[in-house]
Design a protein around this ligand. Structure first.
Ligand code: NAD
Ligand code: DAU
Length: 339
């Protein structure tokens, strides 16, 4: 089996590559990544010498480059993680989100049509369903929940999902889609809530909580997401969407307080800042379908996963320090100064 994994130098894609090379040592994995600000080649260092692994620096929107790679590799499957992934950046500059997330997805699928493929898998997000109200804890996102997006990011991911389903119906492309809730774990880029709070805590810097911090996210340890995708690409039904989540809803403020507690830092570091525009209130996945159809269940409890994650950031400062001391500083200044 030869699999092209796009966006494999990012957070979830890299964890997926590690998972696949470990669980399927006879598979060939080709990582295609543009190495944007969010892609980090040092993350893939542990597998660079693996003879079953190849890294190719490429933009998924580069049609010529993508076709050439397909001609060289004849992949059996494509798993598309490549995306602009940060909601706050999409509010500042939507265009690159439309380019990569929509045009890039179409380009990859065109290559799949031209050269043939056993499976194209689109890594999507629960954000395509919009949000749920805080006062209706009985409501969850199912695969039938209507698409109803809030941010340029989620709209671009929803656009991609619609295209994927259209390529299945119109051209018979063998596709699957997974829509997962918030991931956390090793190699999570420092702009996102959990790593940002861990790293700020370690520097005794203010912890910028948007609004009152009452927004709810449904957190899943990244390895559980990788296992779900592994199951879907092998056993999932073509044309189907699978929601992935572990019933672990937490308010932002509670996560930040927990990180303070684990790191022995005072809660006085918490600073409430201007809310995100259009901020989604609550995400909550109903994972019944993937459980019933594919036997998937999350394995890592949040209490253990968050400890493991904090320990990983303590042990791997040489991974995140170069990131936070580079162009990230300009980003941080722009997003958080005078907020
Ligand atoms: P990330 O931002 O950490 O990584 C994205 C990767 O894609 C980077 O390596 C980047 O260099 C690469 N990339 C960006 N544009 C590219 C392009 N044009 N061509 C090739 N490579 C490009 O993102 P992540 O958090 O790992 O998310 C991966 C996927 O999972 C995304 O599609 C995202 O929408 C989805 N997702 C993320 C979460 C989450 O909680 N992080 C949850 C559900 C779904
Ligand atoms: O639900 C899946 C989605 O989860 C993925 O599709 C996205 O790619 C991923 O980035 C994530 O989106 P969120 O917007 O939920 O994640 P983020 O880490 O940016 O924010 C989590 C919550 O924390 C959100 O309610 C905003 C809040 N927040 C975030 C940051 C960065 C803060 O209060 N302060 C912050 O500094």
């Amino acid at each position: 089996m030869n699999i092209i994994v796009t966006g494999g130098a990012g957070f979830i894609g890299s964890n997926f590559i590690f998972h696949m090379l470990k669980e399927h040592p006879d598979y060939r994995i080709v990582c295609l990544d543009k190495l944007t600000y969010a892609g980090n080649l040092s993350t893939l260092e542990p597998v660079m010498d693996n003879p079953n692994f190849r890294f190719v620096k490429l933009d998924i929107c580069d049609r010529e480059g993508v076709y050439k790679l397909f001609e060289e590799e004849h992949p059996d499957m494509v798993v598309n993680f490549a995306a602009e992934s940060h909601v706050d950046r999409s509010i500042e500059n939507p265009e690159v989100f439309l380019q990569t997330n929509i045009i890039g997805t179409a380009t990859l699928m065109d290559a799949c049509r031209k050269y043939g493929i056993k499976r194209y898998h689109q890594v999507s997000t629960d954000e395509v369903y919009g949000d749920l109200p805080l006062d209706r804890p009985d409501l969850f996102f199912t695969e039938e929940t209507p698409i109803h997006t809030s941010s340029p990011y989620s709209s671009s991911k929803a656009g991609a999902d619609l295209l994927v389903l259209a390529y299945n119906r119109t051209y018979g492309l063998p596709v699957t889609i997974s829509r997962c809730s918030n991931n956390y774990g090793p190699y999570h880029f420092p702009e996102k809530l959990i790593p940002l709070m861990i790293i700020n805590c370690l520097h005794d810097k203010p912890l910028p909580v948007y609004g009152e911090g009452l927004n709810v996210r449904d957190w899943l340890y990244v390895e559980d997401h990788c296992r779900a995708i592994d199951l879907i690409i092998h056993n999932g039904k073509v044309g189907e969407v699978y929601n992935v989540g572990g019933h672990n809803e937490m308010k932002n403020i509670d996560i930040v307080k927990l990180i303070c507690k684990e790191l022995g830092k005072p809660e006085t570091l918490i600073t409430h800042v201007t809310d995100r525009k259009g901020h989604d209130m609550r995400y909550a996945i109903d994972p019944t379908k993937i459980h019933n159809d594919l036997g998937w269940l999350p394995e890592t409890k949040f209490a253990d996963g968050i400890k493991k994650t904090i320990q990983w950031y303590l042990d791997n400062e040489d991974w995140w320090q170069p990131i936070v001391s580079g162009e990230y500083q300009d980003y941080y200044e722009k997003m958080y100064k005078n907020r």
